[in-house]
Write a protein that binds this ligand. Structure first.
Ligand code: NDP
Ligand code: MG
Length: 383
């Protein structure tokens, strides 16, 4: 029985994780979790799982819920997330909060010696060097939940990293893959939220439309698999059937295929190295799918990927700036304060103005994350 803490139970990954946990009560026990604005949904989960500890948005909410659920301990804020990530009895912590807020709790979990099932990619984008060094020092596993990285991880089982030639990360292209740059000037929030293949949280759906998400995934792959950026390639694959591939030095390429169902990589991260039956699987019949398509990626059409490679290669504090600027810009786009293309402009401008710190400490990263947010917010409020 694996004891799990789930950061971000009320999100899209959170709800798929709940499905996996509830379908396997003999394998998993949900000991702790967090929610933020979705208090009613969070309360339903407290009734369902009777957790030992729950982290919420504020002290006031914690006090109120403690009266309603006296069996559960309530904590709040980032320190609360760190507490539920570091409970001594845990086996694994699934990080599914949105954004770089996940960084400190992930480090707290690693410090406590817990394995991580990592959905929160912003953590590795922002501070991959710190997270991976800490994981190595503590001898814990970081198991990818992101479908591309889960695919690569599966392709690498039984292989030697020294015999990998390169990774091929597949990209669906997001909601606007067939639109020209000119047409992108007119797109709305509603258009952007309409992803062709995956149902996900709002922020990552926008990141998929700008392709920042794919850029983040390149950086995430660099840290998870310890490979140079020259060995990480992106290929456009509309069907989202091949979740990613690994090419080896002998020319052989391994791919992992499956339906667009996040429960599969979530469950694999939680059961690894075993597999378990997945209930109510989506139909997956390759003869009905018929054909799979792969196209080269146009870096002019998708400049955010180019920016992400640049941020990754230069490294230091630059990826943290890219991420923070993107978080603020995406929130502003979702609030209809800026246009779709202004997300790119904000990220590019923040990166161009930044004086890179080559080996940033955790404190440097947190400070740069905050100052970038303040800067981009001020640009947006001046509009
Ligand atoms: P959602 O927006 O659906 O959920 C985000 C979760 O984080 C919610 O539980 C939300 O709480 C919580 N949250 C938001 N802001 C804060 C905050 N400031 N402090 C604490 N908790 C907060 O996101 P997704 O589930 O789509 O994505 C989660 C992470 O997983 C992201 O990093 C994303 O990139 C990654 N990911 C997601 C995939 C997907 O298929 N959705 C695929 C691969 C990676 P509440 O709702 O209560 O406000
Ligand atoms: Mg992904």
């Amino acid at each position: 029985m694996k004891k799990i803490s789930l950061l971000g139970i009320t999100g899209s990954i959170g709800s798929s994780t709940v499905d996996v946990i509830s379908a396997n009560p003999d394998l998993f026990q949900l000991v702790a979790f967090s929610f933020y604005s979705n208090i009613e949904k969070g309360k339903d989960y407290i009734r369902q799982f009777s957790p030992k500890m729950v982290s919420v948005k504020s002290e006031a909410v914690a006090v109120e819920l403690a009266q309603e659920f006296p069996q559960t301990t309530f904590v709040s804020g980032v320190s609360g997330l760190c507490e539920i990530a570091a409970l001594p009895e845990l086996d694994i912590v699934l990080t599914a909060v949105m954004g770089s807020i996940g960084l400190r709790p992930t480090l707290a979990a690693i410090e406590a010696g817990h394995d991580i099932a990592l959905a929160n990619k912003e953590t590795l984008v922002t501070a991959g060097h710190i997270v991976m060094a800490k994981a190595k020092e503590k001898g814990i596993k970081i198991l990818p939940v992101d479908s591309e990285h889960a695919a690569i991880f599966q392709c690498l089982q039984g292989e030697k990293m020294s015999q990998v030639d390169h990774l091929l990360i597949t990209a669906s292209g997001g909601s606007f893959r067939d639109k020209t740059r000119e047409a992108l000037k007119q797109v709305t929030v509603e258009d952007a939220l309409n992803h062709p293949n995956w149902s996900m949280g709002a922020k990552i759906t926008i990141d998929s439309a700008t392709m920042m998400n794919k850029g983040f995934e390149v950086i995430e792959a660099h840290w998870l698999f310890d490979l140079d950026y020259d060995k990480i390639k992106v290929v456009l694959h509309r069907e989202s059937i091949v979740h990613s591939m690994v090419a080896f030095i002998d020319g052989s390429v391994k791919a992992q295929l499956g339906p667009s169902d996040m429960r599969e990589p979530i469950q694999y991260a939680l059961t690894y190295p075993d597999r378990a039956y997945l209930k109510e699987q989506q139909p997956f019949d390759l003869t009905k799918i018929g054909a799979l398509h792969f196209e080269p990626l146009d870096f002019q059409r998708f400049p955010m990927i180019r920016l992400a490679y640049e941020a990754g290669r230069i490294g230091g504090s630059l990826p943290a700036v890219m991420n923070a600027a993107n978080e603020v810009a995406v929130a502003a786009f979702l609030a209809k304060k800026i246009t779709f293309l202004q997300i790119e402009t904000a990220v590019e401008k923040a990166m161009a103005q930044h004086q890179v710190v080559p080996h940033p400490s955790l404190e440097d990263i947190l400070e740069i994350d905050q100052s970038t947010r303040t800067l981009v917010e001020s640009w947006i409020s001046q509009k």
